[in-house]
Design a protein around this ligand. Structure first.
Ligand code: SF4
Ligand code: SF4
Length: 201
């Protein structure tokens, strides 16, 4: 997150400790894939299963934040989130206490410390990082547009240079067309094509 803030000069807010992300989590891979990753030793997947337990269905998750669940489902339908809707699972942390909040705060895993990690994570509207993520995405998209525009300008410049180079070459060839011997000296390879006389005549 720090690198996004530094890159776009957008201050990183402090977590408001509202607990929503503890009660409504969705990783970017399906439950099955995450299990496979955990079995293969992936630290994030292992940490995730060490604290999160799945909701039985989407309706249970909607009780925490209906709009976030609906936005997440929509992102799957739109193909932004690669998880098929039928494989989408929401989770809650087993260590969250409604009054005391995080019961293992001092030893919470790295994934909690890093959250949200990127501005492209879907967030609850009241999350302290919601506006930060919006601002970062806006700055990122602007940067992408600027890069595209620069690439286009570079291509146009290259085309202009190429055209100028071609015109210069034509001009030089015109000056040479009455003098085959000089022409052969400057462009000897063309003498293979037309060894006896200039093809410009
Ligand atoms: S370990 Fe603590 S900070 Fe992490 S999700 Fe659970 S309650 Fe939230
Ligand atoms: S939802 Fe946002 S503000 Fe709330 S605890 Fe999580 S990171 Fe902090």
């Amino acid at each position: 997150m720090e690198k996004w803030s530094e890159q776009f000069n957008i201050p990183l807010p402090d977590c408001a400790q509202c607990g929503t992300c503890c009660l409504l989590a969705t990783p970017s891979v399906s439950y099955k894939k995450l299990l496979e990753k955990a079995a293969a030793g992936d630290q994030f997947a292992r940490d995730f299963f060490s604290i999160f337990i799945p909701y039985k269905n989407h309706e249970q998750a909607e009780k925490i934040c209906e709009s976030l669940v609906k936005r997440t489902i929509k992102s799957c339908i739109d193909g932004i989130n690669k998880i098929p809707v039928e494989d989408l699972v929401f989770y809650r942390c087993r260590h969250y206490h409604y009054k005391k909040q995080c019961l293992i705060y001092e030893t919470r895993p790295q994934l909690c410390r890093d959250f949200p990690g990127s501005p492209f994570v879907l967030l609850h509207e009241n999350c302290a990082f919601y506006q930060w993520a919006k601002d970062c995405k806006k700055a990122y998209n602007k940067l992408k547009e600027d890069i595209q525009s620069l690439k286009k300008q570079k291509k146009e410049l290259e085309d202009m240079k190429e055209q100028k180079r071609f015109e210069d070459l034509l001009h030089r060839l015109k000056n040479l067309k009455d003098n085959d011997s000089r022409f052969m000296l400057i462009l000897p390879s063309l003498s293979v094509i037309s060894p006896c006389s200039s093809w410009l005549k």
